[in-house]
Design a protein around this ligand. Structure first.
Ligand SMILES: [Zn+2]
Length: 306
């Protein structure tokens, strides 16, 4: 009897938060869990982010590990339903905490953790994250901060089983100072991390509007058939278009305001971009984005793009 009880406890681990994760197949052997297009909350358990996994003959490659240990554990359980393969590699696209707090789960599975230099610089064991603050101890249970096994500064290519992977940083600063994209060159699939947003506004507080536009152009030039962003549900070759249009309009409007000597304290009265008012997170992010764009574009000249 004792054994039976123990069996149930080890196989049916009950988490404080049930994510109800459902893998969506976006291409052959490629699946993603799409999070809600909203801010972090106790109600969504931090599941406002997209994470993906690629099945190879040797095991899985995971792109972004999600917001908590229990999210990663529940994602892993879903992967095992597709195939009883180990997770060999986990790649973190950037150092924002919704994308990598599941790392400690994969560390416990002996996966190799790969990420950008900014993770190495900014993610310190023992530090407190915004995710932990919002979710509280219960949902966050088991989540620890772990170091990477491999840092990618510029590019890193590898083959696992039957699949080739390219990990690369496209520009110095876009969404952050260290954004990695993951490309499956043969299958023409791009995991763009937060260089691509859909169905909600982005935040450029840690990034650059010019760098973001440059990165989006480089992704367009890859002519991928599948492009998965860090947030939002569109995954076709036009997945970049929403953010591109938003940032182009902001650049144009802020530059024209600067031309008219509008000061930074008045910029949010001038640049409202009403077409995006109904877009999710407009109220939370629009003003700050315009402010950051002004700070960057104040000293901007076209030649910088050459
Ligand atoms: Zn994100």
């Amino acid at each position: 009897m004792k054994h039976i009880v123990l069996f149930f406890f080890t196989t049916l681990r009950l988490w404080a938060y049930e994510y109800h994760l459902k893998p969506i197949q976006v291409s052959q052997d490629v699946y993603c869990f799409f999070g809600k297009t909203e801010n972090i909350s106790k109600e969504n358990g931090g599941n406002m982010v997209n994470t993906c996994f690629v099945k190879t003959k040797e095991g899985f490659v995971v792109i972004d590990s999600g917001p908590t240990f229990s999210y990663a554990s529940q994602a892993y359980a879903q992967m095992q339903k597709i195939s009883k393969l180990p997770v060999k590699i986990v790649i973190n696209t950037h150092d924002h905490d919704d994308h990598w707090l599941g790392n400690s789960f994969y560390k416990s599975k002996d996966s190799l953790l790969i990420g950008p230099l900014t993770y190495e610089q900014n993610v310190v064991p023992g530090m407190h994250t915004r995710m932990e603050r919002v979710l509280g101890n219960k949902i966050f249970e088991g989540t620890k901060i772990v170091k990477l096994d491999k840092v990618v500064e510029k590019t890193y290519n590898f083959t696992l089983g039957d699949k080739e992977f390219e990990v690369k940083k496209l520009v110095d600063k876009a969404h952050t100072k260290g954004d990695l994209i993951i490309v499956l060159p043969k299958e023409k699939i791009v995991f763009a991390g937060d260089l691509v947003f859909n169905d909600r506004l982005t935040s450029i507080r840690d990034g650059s509007i010019i760098g973001s536009l440059k990165a989006l152009k480089l992704i367009d030039e890859m002519n991928a058939t599948v492009v998965v962003g860090g947030h939002g549900y569109k995954t076709d070759r036009n997945a970049t278009k929403h953010l591109e249009a938003y940032l182009e309009e902001m650049k144009r409007e802020v530059l024209s305001a600067i031309e008219d000597d509008v000061s930074i304290s008045d910029i949010n009265k001038r640049v409202l971009m009403p077409k995006y008012k109904t877009m999710k997170l407009y109220d939370a992010l629009q003003k700050r984005n315009v402010f950051e764009a002004y700070r960057e574009l104040e000293f901007y000249t076209d030649e910088e793009e050459e």
